[in-house]
Design a protein around this ligand. Structure first.
Ligand SMILES: Cc1cc2nc3c(=O)[nH]c(=O)nc-3n(C[C@H](O)[C@H](O)[C@H](O)COP(=O)(O)OP(=O)(O)OC[C@H]3O[C@@H](n4cnc5c(N)ncnc54)[C@H](O)[C@@H]3O)c2cc1C
Length: 380
């Protein structure tokens, strides 16, 4: 006799990254029956610099500091390792460095404590709409149905495209990252260099007992020679040019306003193409959209039929409007990066502005029109 299928749950979430785990927490704490599928085992690391505005704390009722590795108080910008500019970050502990193996597990644990059903090591291989329900099948052939679905399974997810959510042809940044264990000189200093990478930048973030280092290019330069960049960057930190294990990754970046909701379904985080196309900031929008998606699904499950549409509008207002300007800045800056560095970053007020963007105090829209005009017409 075959087993009866399990009754439908309230929400199935694909992916226990920051977006999926945040949503799971918010739904579970409202008493919803949530199942969170994650194909990796708990505590697996990820290619990520781990830089995150401390302002994300406002979306959580629990303290995030156990997941924080370092607190950044100062940012240093250079052009090809020279011509430095430094900015002291505004406010108290505004920018954090997290280790992804720790942050992701920490958030999933909070969701689990709130009552979410966590399924690590379980990959969803099929998703289908059947009547009013979503039906998913995992790699073991186990099926589960739900009233609602959250797609939060990251940059390589094919699902948003198939369901008409997000951009139909996503745009990607090309990245390479590594972690190096070594003594660190300034534990509260984050560095960005704009001159070594065509159409992009490299970063050096301090960690406990080492650095998180990476290279990213943003305007479609697929032939990025990241190893050549690292051969110049690493010795400047006193490291061997071959140091660290390198992880190449493609990162889906913001590329216009698009619907993020469908019948009983939302998309959040990288799967929704929310990552900042200028500075690759993806953790803040992943956490924000995950929390907003959790709240929207909770309202929708409770009978508010407009809640999912409102989610798309909220993400557009609270993130997309700023990213629209971020994309324009990226297109101008990375086409003329030397001019951009001189006229954008080296202005007396600019590092402070970027620091305010990184710390979440300001959006690109606040500074964009002035910056673009200056870059295009080289006005002082
Ligand atoms: C090199 C690099 C450096 C970065 N540095 C920074 C930085 O310093 N600061 C910053 O803010 N952002 C940074 N980002 C961006 C940031 O890492 C992402 O934006 C963030 O991880 C998005 O979170 P997410 O939850 O949407 O997706 P993810 O973190 O990718 O989580 C998706 C999860 O879904 C799981 N999954 C995928 N498919 C399935 C499936 N079929 N079934 C079950 N589970 C599945 C995956 O295993 C994964 O755990 C960086 C990105 C890269 C590539």
């Amino acid at each position: 006799m075959s087993a009866l299928p399990a009754p439908p749950v309230d929400t199935i979430i694909l992916g226990a990254g920051p977006a999926g785990a945040s949503a799971a927490f918010h739904l579970a704490r409202h008493g919803r029956h949530v199942v969170l599928f994650e194909r990796e085992e708990r505590g697996r690391g990820k290619a990520c610099g781990g830089g995150m505005a401390a302002s994300v704390q406002r979306w959580f009722p629990f303290d995030l500091s156990p997941a924080v590795d370092q607190v950044i108080r100062e940012v240093r910008f250079t052009w090809a390792l020279e011509d430095p500019v430094r900015a002291v970050l505004p406010g108290e502990a505004p920018f954090w460095i997290v280790r992804r193996s720790v942050l992701d597990a920490f958030l999933a644990d909070r969701a689990g404590e709130a009552g979410a059903d966590l399924r690590f090591g379980t990959e969803v291989v099929a998703v289908e709409r059947q009547g009013d329900l979503w039906n998913v099948v995992d790699q073991h052939g186990q099926a589960l149905a739900s009233r609602s679905l959250l797609i939060a399974n990251g940059s390589s997810s094919p699902l948003p495209g198939r369901l008409g959510l997000g951009p139909s042809r996503p745009r990607f940044a090309t990245t390479l990252s590594l972690e190096v264990e070594c003594p660190i000189a300034n534990p509260d200093l984050a560095r960005f260099d704009f001159g070594l990478v065509p159409q992009g930048f490299c970063w050096v973030f301090p960690r406990q007992r080492g650095y998180s280092i990476g290279v990213g290019t943003f305007l479609g330069a697929e032939d990025l020679d990241a190893d050549a960049v690292l051969r110049r960057l690493l010795p400047s930190l006193g490291l061997s040019p071959e140091a660290g294990q390198r992880r190449p990754t493609r990162l889906r970046i913001w590329d216009g306003h698009h619907p993020l909701d469908g019948p009983g379904v939302l998309v959040a985080g990288d799967a929704a193409s929310l990552c900042d196309p200028f500075l690759a900031e993806g953790l803040r929008p992943a956490l924000m959209s995950g929390c907003q998606a959790g709240l929207a699904l909770e309202a929708w499950l409770g009978g508010d039929v407009q809640a999912l549409k409102r989610y798309t509008a909220t993400i557009r207002r609270d993130w997309g409007e700023s990213m629209m300007w971020g994309k324009r800045i990226a297109q101008v800056f990375y086409r003329f990066p030397r001019v951009g560095y001189q006229l954008g970053i080296k202005r007396p007020t600019a590092p402070q502005r970027i620091a305010q963007i990184l710390s979440g105090e300001m959006g690109y829209g606040d500074i964009a029109q002035r910056v673009i005009r200056r870059l295009l017409f080289q006005r002082g």
